[in-house]
Design a binder for this molecule. Structure first.
Ligand code: G3P
Length: 211
């Protein structure tokens, strides 16, 4: 199982605090991907050996696009991949497709987030490297997708046509990871349970039992 830790834009994951968290994660498991805050990507990629993913890219080409995020620059910053269409940064189907193709063209891994099975079915045709299903209403809460919607994970694995499937939203215990694994997910996305914890190390250590 892969543990993807999304730093989002939490106060606790800015700059040096983000690096400390990434190092803590790396020290406990190598089966991890870290998604730091965008301004910290190169800094963190330079200091850890686990894969670093961006939280978002745009599909622009090098040129005059002030304020947009160039996939080539993400790759050159040391990132192995990127999230696409996170529930907190949603895109149209066409915009997702453009980004998956840009990733493929330049050798960046694509992890496309989907809120439901209908969206997943459309994304599968794009053949991203990973799909992550996250019911938006459970994100940031205490009830996990694994306990509240196990059938969603099972269905998502079934329609993924062999594309590695992860799940996320509300994941907060080792038991959640165990359930996700048993249902066929190859990993979980976690944010608040780790980033906002007073003791991220002990949370990650407890999760590591099922990684
Ligand atoms: O990308 C992972 C994320 O959306 C899940 O957030 O806080 O429910 O673990 P959280």
């Amino acid at each position: 199982m892969i543990l993807v830790v999304n730093f989002k834009t939490y106060e606790q994951s800015i700059g040096e605090r983000g690096l400390k968290l990434a190092k803590t994660l790396e020290g406990i498991t190598k089966n991890a991907i870290v998604c730091p805050q965008m301004p910290d990507l190169r800094y963190i990629a330079n200091h850890v050996d686990i894969p670093v993913y961006a939280q978002h890219i745009d599909s622009i080409k090098p040129g005059s696009h002030t304020g947009w995020i160039l996939p080539e620059a993400i790759k050159e910053s040391g990132c192995e991949g990127t999230l696409i269409n996170h529930s907190e940064h949603t895109l149209s189907i066409n915009e997702i497709k453009e980004r998956v193709e840009r990733c493929r063209d330049i050798g960046l891994k694509s992890m496309v987030c989907v809120p439901d099975i209908e969206t997943e079915e459309r994304v599968v045709d794009m053949e991203p490297d990973f799909i992550a299903i996250e019911p938006p209403e459970l994100i940031g809460g205490n009830v996990s997708v694994a306990t509240a919607k196990p059938e969603l994970i099972e269905k998502a694995v079934e329609v993924s046509r062999g594309i590695p499937l992860l799940c996320g939203a509300g994941i907060n215990s080792a038991e959640d990871i165990k359930i996700a694994k048993e249902l066929g997910a190859i990993g979980v996305l976690v944010a608040s349970a780790i980033v906002k914890s007073k003791n991220p190390k002990s949370v990650i250590e407890s999760f590591a039992e099922y990684l």
